[in-house]
Design a protein around this ligand. Structure first.
Ligand code: GLU
Length: 428
């Protein structure tokens, strides 16, 4: 059974950890600078469509269990909705709403012709077999497929989903429409119409953002100690690329804890260890500490690349980094942002810093539709150009309005979406 609901106009007001409220607060600040009227604000702030589906699955035990899935389409003024699907035990509608809205702003910051969407399934993938994960993915896809399609809404991987998940999604959609439709999803295996360079794209974008921001601060990679939170697709690959560029990665963490070495970690060896043992702990020559402690280590650059609400009013004062590059979506709460700004810490916001992923997703969608596939070099060069230009665009808005880089990114993207909305006019 699926049920379409419209977004509630009101949300609870004072919760630091509600990502949708955080998004709305930054949105309002940026909208004030742009002088947007209240009606347009309401249109752009609230999600356009939200779908909640029940996902009944026969578990390996033979028992029937019902999971819950969401797909939120925030805004499609600039093109089909675009955004990942995450699997997590605590995923909730307000989180998916915020993530969908961030996708709208992210796609506008890098100027790719997409709106924003996001999906989530409440489940704990660590406790599910491959077969159960496949059945959940297929049934979830069938549940939301009326609102999917290459011209409607194009999902991608996010937390705890990967190329295999996207392959099942693509196959389920294709079986229903009775033709192979690769462009319905991005982040697929290369053999199935995926793009070269997509897997590394978010980490690569983080590395480029880091480089551009360091130039702004007059720092050099070889003199910069980096703490990375997260060792997955964003943190792990980001750390490898930063290590290759000569940065000293002094700490990296996963869901179990952090490892650190003041002299710098041998990241390629760390990644081999992680692959072999399933965790960072136990890496020879590194000391172990909690993920929360690692955030407060002395360093020049902090890359939160895990989940939301990691830098908060509780720990922001103790952050030592001069630069924060947000690999994750929403890792810094609004009160923490204010504290960091007062301390003079430069924060490259998520909707710019981690936009490399969706940028190469755009290239993948284009390649699928052309049926012509690019070399990795072409992908990486095009990504580099877009990331550098986007960084410069945001920087220019930052200088013009004398605001933080986050508010500048919101101003740039909201202005882009609002102008398209006005050009199209209100459908009635
Ligand atoms: N989940 C990624 C993000 O948050 C990628 C989205 C996409 O490629 O559509 O940006």
């Amino acid at each position: 059974m699926s049920q379409v609901t419209t977004a509630p106009a009101q949300h609870a007001t004072t919760d630091e950890f509600n990502p949708f409220l955080s998004m709305a607060r930054n949105f309002n600040t940026a909208a004030d600078h742009l002088g947007l009227d209240e009606g347009l604000r309401e249109v752009l702030r609230r999600p356009d469509r939200e779908l909640t589906v029940a996902i009944p699955i026969v578990m390996d035990s033979g028992k029937l269990q019902v999971f819950t899935g969401y797909r939120v389409q925030h805004n499609f003024s600039r093109g089909p909705c675009k955004g990942g699907i995450r699997y997590a035990p605590d995923v909730n509608l307000d989180e998916v709403r915020a993530l969908a809205a961030w996708m709208t702003w992210k796609c506008a910051v890098v100027d790719v012709p997409f709106g924003g969407g996001k999906g989530g399934v409440i489940c704990d993938p660590r406790k599910l077999s491959q077969g159960e994960l496949e059945r959940i993915t297929r049934r979830y896809t069938a549940g939301i497929m009326d609102i999917l399609g290459p011209d409607r809404d194009v999902p991608a991987p996010d937390v705890n989903t990967n190329e295999q998940t996207m392959a099942w999604l693509m196959d389920t959609y294709s079986m229903h429409v009775r033709r192979t439709t690769t462009a319905v999803v991005t982040g697929k295996p290369i053999a199935l119409g995926g793009s070269r360079g997509r897997r590394e794209a978010t980490g690569r974008g983080v590395m480029i953002s880091c480089r551009e921001a360091l130039k702004k601060l007059g720092l050099r990679p070889e003199n910069s100690r980096v703490v990375v939170q997260g060792a997955g697709n964003v943190g792990g690959i980001g750390a490898e690329l930063l290590h290759r560029e000569g940065y000293k990665i002094v700490s990296i963490s996963d869901m179990y804890g952090a490892i650190a070495n003041d002299k710098g970690l041998d990241i390629p060896a760390v990644m081999v260890h992680l692959k072999k043992t399933g965790k960072l702990a136990g890496f020879p020559g590194a000391r172990e500490l909690s993920g929360a402690e690692a955030l407060e280590l002395p360093c020049e650059v902090l890359v939160p690349a895990a989940t939301e609400n990691q830098i908060t009013s509780k720990n922001a004062d103790r952050i030592k980094a001069r630069l924060v590059v947000e690999g994750a979506n929403g890792p810094t709460t609004a009160p923490a942002d204010a504290i960091l700004e007062k301390k003079g810490v430069l924060v490259v916001p998520d909707i710019l810093a981690n936009a490399g992923g969706v940028t190469v997703s755009y290239f993948e969608w284009v390649q699928d539709r052309m049926g012509y596939f690019w070399t990795e070099e072409r992908v990486n060069t095009s990504l580099e150009q877009i990331m550098v230009k986007s960084f410069q665009d945001v920087d220019a808005v930052m200088q013009k309005y004398k605001v933080s880089m986050r508010i500048a990114a919101y101003i740039l993207s909201i202005d882009r979406v609002a102008s398209v909305y006005k050009l199209r006019g209100v459908f009635a």
